[in-house]
Design a protein around this ligand. Structure first.
Ligand code: 5GP
Length: 125
């Protein structure tokens, strides 16, 4: 069920629990700004999620309220994970679902990294 990404941040969301170590995840990368882990229901050969450590619901929320350091740190972390996964040479896809039309289900900003196979068209019919 897609969320309303205009609502305030909810500390009970599943990725907040992962960040706090309350539920397990398969960690891929962590630094001061970001945490990356494998998606529990992968949609491609490689499907990794990268989240900022701050309490942001969506890309809109993050871009409006996060500091330059948080934004820079998060963007760099996405690139670091893509390189670490060996995705640069053959390419990959980044996706951030936002709100109802975007089909966002978890109310903590996350970027999906898909790769390891040809990924087809941008948007399925
Ligand atoms: P969204 O539709 O919000 O962009 O994507 C949410 C993603 O989070 C989905 O791909 C889903 O498989 C993943 N996900 C949901 N719950 C969990 C969880 O508890 N652990 C992990 N690792 N991924 C999750």
């Amino acid at each position: 069920m897609p969320i309303d990404a205009t609502l305030p941040y909810d500390d009970a969301n599943i990725f907040a629990k992962i960040l706090r170590g309350e539920i397990p995840s398969t960690k891929v990368y962590e630094d001061e700004w970001a945490f990356a882990f494998e998606d529990i229901n992968p949609q491609a050969e490689i499907h990794t999620l990268v989240i900022p450590k701050g309490r942001y619901v969506s890309w809109d929320d993050f871009s409006a309220k996060a500091s330059d350091a948080e934004i820079g740190g998060f963007v760099r972390a996405v690139g670091t994970v893509a390189r670490a996964k060996g995705l640069v040479e053959l390419g990959y896809r980044l996706l951030a679902n936002i709100g109802a039309h975007g089909g966002q289900e978890v109310s903590h900003l996350h970027v999906h990294i898909f790769g390891g196979q040809p990924l087809g068209r941008m948007i399925s019919a």
